[in-house]
Design a protein around this ligand. Structure first.
Ligand SMILES: Nc1ncnc2c1ncn2[C@@H]1O[C@H](COP(=O)(O)OP(=O)(O)OP(=O)(O)O)[C@@H](O)[C@H]1O
Length: 303
């Protein structure tokens, strides 16, 4: 199965090392979420895939061969800075972009009609892009990434600023693309969405990939946690050693992070002594919690 491979990408802008040896791959049919704080390097990595930027070192390959102009023509790209002509009409613009990718006028028109329909902007085909709300412009931007039937999708924050209905539509479209065998890579700060939607995620921090895999595999290696549900004084926190963390969370529950089951049992005993325990269950961190932990880890101190 072909894969898009980013191998050891390095990129500096003057003193800023935006990418410091980033490697990961996205297989055909896989939905890959690329997450990281502002300025971590996501856009830079995606621009290098597209050839908009060149890397200082490293390579990008598709199906084992370097990505050149021929492969790039088959990529559907949604750039962060967006790239539509504001005064051009939605329908004309999408047909034009599809034609640039080599589609006949009939095929381009059909693709434009299909994607504007699917993305809920069919009634805006005759309007200039600048007349649309930002969310609708974004739907058109996704349509422009899809209209030429790409083999690879690279989308920079496709979900930002969308209403919940549009998020649902966009999610289904990306899932559908993955199901037809397209590798889909997208960046997002909406971690719950990434967790729900993606087969695998990569977390980038200061130009380095610090975690990569299925959400299950990433959260399985985190420190053991339990959820305590109990009737206890609202600010209840038991005395615990430095290795054990107990934090109230919403809805009469506490998160217990402990080095082992014995330490967790000590917390449970304290809760039983202080009130009524409804449940004490092992739990896995969410991607949001995992992300926060990764961000809080001290970075390496240079030698
Ligand atoms: N053209 C450029 N010139 C100078 N510095 C740049 C340029 N592009 C990116 N950078 C720097 O490279 C680093 C990585 O930026 P990048 O845009 O890739 O981050 P990002 O993860 O996409 O962030 P965000 O979530 O805010 O979009 C940042 O420190 C940024 O300021």
């Amino acid at each position: 199965m072909p894969s898009l491979v980013l191998d050891g990408l390095v990129k500096s802008f003057g003193e800023v090392r935006a990418l410091d040896g980033v490697s990961f791959q996205v297989a055909a049919g896989e939905l890959f979420g690329f997450v990281g704080a502002n300025g971590a390097g996501k856009t830079t990595a995606m621009r290098i895939v597209l050839g908009v930027l060149s890397s200082d070192a490293g390579a990008v390959t598709w199906d084992g061969a370097p990505v050149g102009p021929d492969v790039r023509r088959r990529i559907g790209y949604m750039p962060e800075e967006r790239g539509l002509y504001p005064r051009m009409k939605v329908g004309e613009q999408l047909v034009y972009l599809a034609r640039l990718h080599g589609l006949s006028i009939a095929a381009a028109t059909q693709a434009m009609e299909h994607w504007t329909e699917v993305l809920g902007v069919a009634d805006r085909r005759g309007d200039a892009v600048e007349k649309l709300s930002l969310g609708n412009q974004q739907r058109v931007q996704l349509a422009s990434a899809l209209v030429h039937g790409p083999d690879i999708l690279v989308l920079d924050e496709p979900f930002s600023g969308l209403d919940p209905v549009a998020v649902g539509v966009m999610s289904e479209v990306l899932r559908g693309q993955a199901e037809r065998g397209v590798p889909v890579i997208f960046s997002s700060h909406q971690l719950e969405l990434v967790e729900r939607l993606c087969d695998r995620v990569g977390i980038i921090r200061s130009g380095r990939l610090v975690a990569c895999g299925t959400v299950d595999s990433l959260t399985a290696t985190a420190r053991p946690r339990w959820t305590l549900e109990a009737e206890l004084p609202p600010a209840w926190v038991p005395a615990a050693d430095g290795e054990t963390r107990v934090e109230p969370v919403a809805g009469g529950a506490w998160l217990v992070e402990a080095p082992d089951a014995a330490a967790a049992q000590t917390v449970l005993a304290a809760a039983l002594a202080a009130g009524t325990v409804r449940a004490f269950t092992p739990s896995r961190p969410t991607l949001t919690e995992l992300f926060r932990d990764v961000m809080l880890e001290p970075s390496e101190v240079p030698a």
